[in-house]
Design a binder for this molecule. Structure first.
Ligand SMILES: Cc1cc2nc3c(=O)[nH]c(=O)nc-3n(C[C@H](O)[C@H](O)[C@H](O)COP(=O)(O)OP(=O)(O)OC[C@H]3O[C@@H](n4cnc5c(N)ncnc54)[C@H](O)[C@@H]3O)c2cc1C
Length: 317
């Protein structure tokens, strides 16, 4: 991307940050409301879902749809109604001024309203084999990919609430779920722990970390290291579900917007942030559901709210 050259200033009614399901759905709704929105894609065109081979739980595609294909369809539909999609990313924002000031690598934008849909990134194990086998047995979403591992033995890494929720969910499909946790006790809530310990399909490997994911075109095993004894072992598995948390892409908004303790942007049920005219939708504001459909829904809601905001602004100007 080009160097920052803030001499170029462009004014917009609505700017949207992020080209995942939330941002592109917001762009579609805003374009159909004739707001002529401009969307900055960020570095991951079409967002997280574009990194997966097949999405089988987005309605309207009974045979499933490729992740990047779905992203392109979202984009084409938004563009059909006049949304402008620009390959660039916000490098700084100033929400104290009005219009809001958003700087990118190539331009400075002034926007009367802003929709933030910069998403989140699942935390990675950062071990050999993880990247190459993502989508081939390595997954960061049990709800999305559990179904592919019917009657298989699988491994899950993590020990918090989400890990146990995912583990329990995965027992619907898998023959066994082995949870590998770096400590000798879980961080998850007591009720979840009780349910996990009572489930005959769930086994635990304590005090241990995965140091390698082994496989060629699909996951076959994981190498595990016991942190207390330093002993290594190999556990055969068809999948590795990594549930060690997500990181919201909210660095730009620290000290400007209200964030929760994990860094997610706080919104009310109408996608309003604490600053009038600034809306957020999708995973940047949702640590809970983390799905294409829920993110798209939040993006659409944010755009409807932005439309109302701009209409009211016009009335008072
Ligand atoms: C491997 C994988 C498989 C998945 N499979 C499924 C599935 O089968 N079904 C399902 O429902 N869900 C699935 N998910 C989850 C789903 O992809 C997410 O819930 C969804 O993409 C979230 O959408 P979003 O628009 O909120 O954010 P994201 O998809 O995270 O998109 C964020 C966007 O913001 C952009 N961005 C970031 N910073 C900036 C910036 N400074 N300026 C401008 N833009 C910026 C990024 O480039 C990106 O385009 C999967 C996730 C992963 C990782």
């Amino acid at each position: 991307m080009a160097e920052n050259n803030s001499n170029t200033i462009e004014e917009r009614d609505l700017l949207i940050l992020g080209s995942g399901p939330a941002g592109l759905s917001a762009a579609l709704y805003a374009a159909r409301a004739e707001l002529m929105p401009l969307l900055l894609t960020g570095m991951i065109l079409h967002g997280q879902a574009s990194t997966t081979d097949t999405i089988e739980n987005y309605p309207g595609f009974p045979e499933g749809v490729g992740g990047s294909e779905l992203g392109q369809l979202f984009q084409t539909q938004a563009e059909r109604f006049g949304a402008e999609i620009v390959m660039d990313m916000a490098t700084s924002v100033d929400l104290r001024q009005r219009p809001f000031v958003i700087k990118t690598y190539s331009k400075e934008y002034r926007a009367k309203s802003l929709i933030i849909s910069t998403g989140a990134s699942p935390k990675k194990l950062d071990v050999p084999g993880e990247k190459a086998l993502t989508g081939r047995g390595v997954s960061y979403c049990g709800t999305c990919d559990g179904w592919f591992f019917k009657d298989k033995d699988i491994v899950l890494v993590g020990g918090g609430d989400s890990a146990l929720e995912e583990g329990l969910f995965l027992t619907r499909f898998a023959r066994s779920v082995t949870i590998i946790h770096r400590r000798d006790s879980l961080r998850a809530g007591a009720l979840l722990q009780k349910r996990a310990f009572a489930n005959p399909k769930i086994k635990f490997i304590w005090d241990s970390v995965v140091t390698e994911i082994i496989g060629d075109d699909a996951v076959k095993a994981v190498r595990i290291k016991n942190l207390k004894t330093n002993q290594e072992s190999i556990q055969e598995t068809s999948a590795v579900f990594v549930t060690i948390g997500h990181r919201p892409n909210s660095e730009l908004f620290v000290d400007q917007l209200e964030l929760d303790e994990l860094g997610y942007i706080k919104v009310d049920k109408y996608m309003h942030t604490n600053i009038p005219g600034v809306f957020a939708g999708g995973e940047i504001a949702d640590p809970h559901y983390r799905q294409v459909i829920t993110s798209a829904g939040m993006g659409a809601a944010a755009a409807i709210e932005a439309t109302r905001y701009l209409e009211n602004l016009e009335d008072t100007e």
